[in-house]
Design a binder for this molecule. Sequence first.
Ligand code: AMP
Length: 439
Amino acid sequence: MHFTDLGLRAEILRSISEQGYDTPTPIQAQAIPVVLEGRDLMAAAQTGTGKTAGFTLPILQLLSSRDTGLSLKRFKPRTLILVPTRELAVQVHDSVRTYGKHLPLKATAIFGGVGMLPQIKTLRAGVDVIVATPGRLLDHVSQRTVDLSGIEILVLDEADRMLDMGFINDIRKILALLPKQKQSLLFSATFSDEIRGLATGLLKNPASVEVARRNAAAEAVAQSVYHVDRDRKKELLIQLIDDHGWHQVLVFTRTKHGADALSERLGKAGIKSAALHGNKSQGQRQRALEDFKRLKVNVLVATDIAARGIDIDELPHVVNYELPNVPEDYVHRIGRTGRAGSSGQATSLVCVDEHKLLRDIERLLKKDIEKRVVAGFEPDPRIKAEPIQKPRSARSGQPRTAAPAGQRKPQRQGQGGQPARNGGNPRRGASHHTGARHH
Ligand code: AMP
């Protein structure tokens, strides 16, 4: 199939070909016709599948071909795309701009951690598409700086992540503000009962599309495990980067503190690196990402949530400096590489404390990951496993670290296992992004 077979207008096809794409990905081939028909959609697709264009392209088509009838309505936003994180908001907004470049439609991204005023100004000037995180959107609602009564199309992107992050109440509040008559699209990597519940209330006779889970797609990623002692991981990582000449590596740590410490150590070893986590300001995070994309820094050390939605074409390497507590996060992490058909490498440094986590991951992948030991870094068999610092369990309804639905306990974790700073209010976290819930 070719993009020209999908009935998209010339202006949109032009921006697609400017991006160098000619074949729709499976999710695009399935979702675009359904959305164009005006149907509700429930889509199982993870990042890396091309899902963003899967909803952006047909939405642009619908918006540009529909006459709103009321001239007043022109000043009201017509599409709302809700996303869990500001990084994703920026990315989806970029996609809308890129694909809508040749159309007279306006889009904006609304997220916390930055001033309200510029957003208010943009909203006042009139936009067609709002890409927003729930918390900041509600801030605008309460200040009456946004009017959602003209929304024709709603997208919940990464719905499972939004629920994981404790946004369910915010989402429900937002849904209550939208017109009953609208087209709704729900994208989620997993379908827990909670997601299904949300979908049942929201979607009318939805078409359902599903693409291979990232577990299967992650076949494109060459995975290996290096066994090493816990205290020698930094040294081994430096050696691997040097020996293999890795020039663009996304490294995952479990904690913000760990990310900072590792980034500092790499810097001392002469490796250009930056840390990305929720305690960094929006400016610092954007800069770190840009520098990494442009190869001004070669290693980006990130925590799971901070790295979510990072979209770097052909990122060659992902390193799990520490294995995630939740096996599904491993899949999300390695999904940062090997995207949209390019090949990638995922390397995990595993110490004796993490053997059980590794087994759980292999069980989820339904295969063994290749094990390696670097000469000089053989694990010392006398070292005994120590418990991994687990997030403190906390009150329910708090933002949680990602975990497969059904087996999660509400949990939150501040830096170094300290309680989160934002008083556990997900809205505050979303708006101001203290990052206290982020790792
Ligand atoms: P997403 O799943 O939306 O985060 O997209 C993953 C990556 O695939 C992004 O870098 C897109 O630019 C890229 N992409 C999207 N659609 C296509 C396509 N049809 N052909 C090739 N790459 C694509």
